[in-house]
Design a protein around this ligand. Structure first.
Ligand SMILES: Nc1ncnc2c1ncn2[C@@H]1O[C@H](COP(=O)(O)OP(=O)(O)OP(=O)(O)O)[C@@H](O)[C@H]1O
Length: 260
């Protein structure tokens, strides 16, 4: 079968979001293929974070549609989209500082019977089994993210880079098919950045798709085979990283942004 006809895992059509008189995102369309690591780049204020807010469901579009695995989720809340496999990390991770890494993962999981008190009372055995399974899953994910050594440490002791790994681990607890990664390299030292790149590739090798906002062009070039460039809320161009980097419109957008 031709790769072209593989249905996208996520598709946005003509998304617009206005804040008062400003269109933070204007008529943006994009499509992410299953298994892809797609990069979303653009100068400061281009509308990338707003695009993530729209795709993940924390902000409603003024116009346009979003389809997740073929289903229209435009009006669905973020937690419904997460339950259907759309996870998201934030530019500045905010783990619960006094909880250990393991505990931060355990509170991130989906569909906990223990959240419902009555069911809790009626089904204590099932809950115990769920708790065990969740702990095993948390340990497996901490291991995947190379955080086992820090499993019992409160999150406040983690470095910036370790917090990014923990944030990714928390999202992995929800078994996402697609993760929106917001500036994973920001605040991460060079050696941990290598770990982060390697772990994103390892998660991707397990079949997880990524959409990545990143200013670190080295990271973007190494991870992504395709880039989408936004400027002033709109799509500027898209293509392979090398082609995008040479595109005069992209150079102009970044130079203009730098001069502003
Ligand atoms: N809640 C809001 N209210 C008003 N204006 C907003 C709001 N959110 C974003 N904007 C505006 O929309 C535009 C796009 O912002 P956005 O944060 O999406 O850009 P960005 O590409 O993520 O930038 P950066 O790379 O600096 O994070 C900016 O002009 C911003 O000031």
């Amino acid at each position: 079968m031709d790769a072209e006809v593989t249905p996208p895992i996520l598709e946005a059509r003509s998304l617009t979001r206005r804040f008062g008189g400003i269109a933070a995102v204007r008529d943006m369309s994009l499509s992410i293929a299953p298994g892809e690591i797609l990069g979303l780049i653009g100068p400061n204020g281009a509308g990338k974070t707003t695009m993530f807010d729209l795709l993940s469901g924390s902000v409603r579009p003024s116009a346009g549609t979003i389809r997740l695995k073929g289903r229209d989720v435009t009006r669905e809340a973020a937690h419904h989209r997460l339950a259907q496999g759309l996870g998201r990390t934030f530019q500045i991770p905010r783990p619960f500082p006094d909880l250990t890494c393991t505990e931060n993962l355990l509170i991130a999981r989906q569909n906990q019977t223990g959240e419902r008190l009555f069911a809790n009372f009626l089904a204590s055995r099932r809950i115990a089994a769920e708790e065990r399974a969740a702990r095993e899953k948390a340990h497996e994910i901490l291991d995947l993210m190379l955080l086992t050594r820090l499993a019992d440490e409160p999150a406040r002791f983690l470095s910036g880079g370790q917090r990014k790994l923990l944030e990714l681990a928390r999202v992995m607890m929800a078994d996402p098919a697609l993760i929106l990664l917001d500036e994973p390299a920001a605040g991460v030292n060079p050696s941990l950045l290598e770990v982060l790149i390697d772990r994103i590739q390892a998660i991707n090798a397990r079949g997880v798709t990524f959409l990545l906002i990143e200013h670190n062009i080295d990271m973007v070039t190494r991870l992504c085979s395709r880039l989408i460039v936004m400027a002033n809320g709109s799509l500027l161009c898209e293509g392979a990283p090398d082609d995008v980097a040479r595109d005069p419109r992209v150079i102009e957008a970044y130079l203009g942004g730098a001069a502003a």
